[in-house]
Design a protein around this ligand. Sequence first.
Ligand SMILES: Nc1ncnc2c1ncn2[C@@H]1O[C@H](COP(=O)(O)OP(=O)(O)OP(=O)(O)O)[C@@H](O)[C@H]1O
Ligand SMILES: [Mg+2]
Length: 325
Amino acid sequence: MSRPLLNVENLSVTYRTTKGPIEAVRGVSFELGREKLGIVGESGSGKSQTGRAILRLTAANGSVAADRFDFDGIDLLAASEREMRRIRGNRISMILQDPKYSLNPVMKAGDQIAEAYRVHHRTGRRAARERAIEMLSSVLIREPERVYHSYPHELSGGMGQRVMIAMMMIPEPDIIIADEPTSALDVVVQRQVMTTLGRLQKETGASVILVGHDMGLIAQFADTVGVMYAGKLVDVAPIKQMVEEPLHPYSQLLLQSVPGLEEKQERLVGIPGMPPTLINLPPGCLFQPRCPQAIPTCSQVTPVLQSPAGNTGAGERQVACHLYD
Ligand SMILES: Nc1ncnc2c1ncn2[C@@H]1O[C@H](COP(=O)(O)OP(=O)(O)OP(=O)(O)O)[C@@H](O)[C@H]1O
Ligand SMILES: [Mg+2]
């Protein structure tokens, strides 16, 4: 693999609240090369806060710290606000869950793409318009002319999301952070949008961080997957290994709750219990109270993300669980 685009070491995001500090992201480390990384976990596990920290979009009551937090040689903690604006507009794009919040409601979808293209590539209006139509067809929109002339509220969720993807591709970003880009869509449309994103990724060579709670969808898309629990990465593996042999008990449960991934599956298994609130955290593994395989150490010693004991060959595999010490 070439030099990683993103180096994240020991990233933490903490929010000040009246009830005390919320440790939303707690010591997350990963590298991102030219690849598709999936980040999966339950609601509140810190997925979005990790993505937002990369773009330095953490809310004002939050603070971000890291031992290393570099994008292509740029220190994201030290970069000026001007530099960050350039990164956000050009080099790292973020696709959010609901296009309604990202598209201008009173401007035709196509005009929004054309305008963004014109500004970015300094072309004339006519060329930008032609390019916008091409881009709409490239995101698998069958009637690009009709969609061009639609207002955002006239588009279905899947269409709106594809319009957003087209917009995001205009600056030819190095990294696309897709934060639950399809969670508002039905399953069939979800797959179509993910296919679109996957194809564009292949064509442009951009890196993608796909954030979501659906292991099944992430598994279809990502090369590598990181499982987050209560602000920490607890299991990182190439997707094939994760699906075939998940190590962390939490990953095992997440995979069991995906319909169709395991053939013998008869009925969905929910994960009993609730994730912890991230204030005044106890020692030990935070998954321990819900873990069917917990041993006494788990409530005392915090497990470190590391290569599992007895791991042969593939060194990329990492797990934070005492069962593999
Ligand atoms: N501005 C804020 N002030 C206080 N706490 C916050 C703030 N923003 C986020 N949090 C907390 O940070 C934690 C992690 O949130 P995050 O949005 O990363 O979760 P997530 O994994 O993306 O969940 P979801 O799947 O629901 O999108 C949550 O407990 C959330 O309440
Ligand atoms: Mg989120």
